[in-house]
Design a protein around this ligand. Structure first.
Ligand code: UT7
Length: 312
């Protein structure tokens, strides 16, 4: 059965950094509280749009893959923060990068969006509907942040990550595990008031993530035909360093596994968090090419999606 392979990655973060010290001047919080409860030290804020962030990351992935724009047959952008809906962010990326005739669409599955988009593109490539796809996670969470709410504004950041996915004789993107629990859909939401703002029942989501999701993440490995001890890397959704640690502690991992901890420098960038962390780890040489890496994300819905990929 033919499959797909990630051939290149790219990421983009705006230059402007908001530190915990900056937040101390904005709301009733402390650097100590933010670090102890979330692990976050800083987050990046964009002046431009979600389309700007997505295009920057996609351009880097496209250049890394060495493909001509005309070879891309599909663009999927995972985002929940894009306020401009039509044309889609994917179509805006296509226009700016000169990609002439790809099918373009955005996908909203909250923070699980990138892993959902990766699976969707993988299925399309397997079905022969596209040979090369651009899969992007891009968020401007600062547009949907209530900057007076200390419970949420310290968590969120802006950024984008992208992957080029190409048809391959071997399946280097494993079977997806994905699903949702709609009885918990109220726990993470964008509340529409004078403008949409991120809100969540943090403790309930925290408990759900660390108690119920390790088994689902392990299932992604089983479905890929590997043991968790075979993993060279684990990149989960970057919501809170305590969740990253608790989730990975509950998986049977080897001592030298590389774990994504980008939340420290980037905060929670929702659908961008997994490709952003993955692309940075690959750029730093922390993930050996050809080795299996578990991608696993979760969030609004409540939803989850994950798969084992071979590191490019
Ligand atoms: O990406 C989508 C999925 N989301 C997640 O995975 C998030 C999961 N949840 C979490 O990461 C954590 O629950 C949070 C980081 C959101 C919150 O941490 P927590 O340890 O659960 O804190 P809490 O909300 O229970 O608040 C504890 C206390 C409260 O004060 P009282 O009621 O104990 O007096 C809050 O008012 O901390 C207070 N607090 C703060 N204090 C200083 C809340 N935010 C802040 C703050 N600075 N920024």
């Amino acid at each position: 059965m033919p499959g797909s392979r990630i051939t290149a990655l790219g990421h983009h973060q705006p230059a402007r950094v908001l530190t915990n010290a900056d937040l101390e001047d904005m709301v009733d919080t402390t650097d100590e509280w933010i670090r102890r409860r979330t692990g976050i030290a800083a987050r990046h804020l964009a002046d431009g749009s979600v389309a700007d962030l997505a295009t920057e990351a996609a351009a880097k992935a496209l250049a890394g893959a060495g493909l001509e724009p005309g070879e891309i047959g599909m663009i999927v952008v995972a985002t929940c923060s894009a306020i401009d809906r039509c044309p889609s962010i994917a179509a805006q990326v296509a226009g700016r990068l000169g990609i002439p005739a790809a099918v373009c669409f955005d996908l909203n599955n909250g923070c699980a969006g990138f892993c959902t988009a990766l699976a969707t593109a993988d299925h399309a490539v397997q079905a022969g509907a596209a040979r090369h796809a651009l899969v992007v996670g891009a968020e401007k969470m600062s547009d949907v942040t209530d900057w007076t709410d200390r419970g949420t504004c310290v968590l969120l950041g802006d950024g984008a990550g992208a992957a080029v996915l190409s048809a391959s004789g071997t399946a280097a993107v494993g079977p997806v595990v994905w699903g949702s629990d709609p009885t918990r859909r109220h726990l993470v939401r964008l509340v529409d008031e004078w403008r949409p703002a991120f809100a969540q029942d943090g403790q309930s989501v925290f408990r759900w993530a660390v108690q119920e999701l390790p088994a689902v993440a392990a299932e992604a490995c089983a479905r890929a035909g590997i043991a968790t001890t075979d993993l060279a890397g684990v990149v989960t959704h970057q919501a809170n360093l305590r969740i990253v640690e608790a989730l990975t502690d509950r998986l049977d991992l080897r001592a030298d596994v590389a774990i994504g901890r980008d939340v420290v420098d980037s905060g929670n960038t929702s659908a961008a968090s997994v490709p952003l962390a993955l692309s940075k780890m690959v750029a730093r040489g922390e993930l050996p090419p050809g080795e299996p890496v578990l991608l696993f994300a979760f969030g609004g819905g409540l939803s989850w999606a994950g798969q084992v990929v071979t590191c490019p």
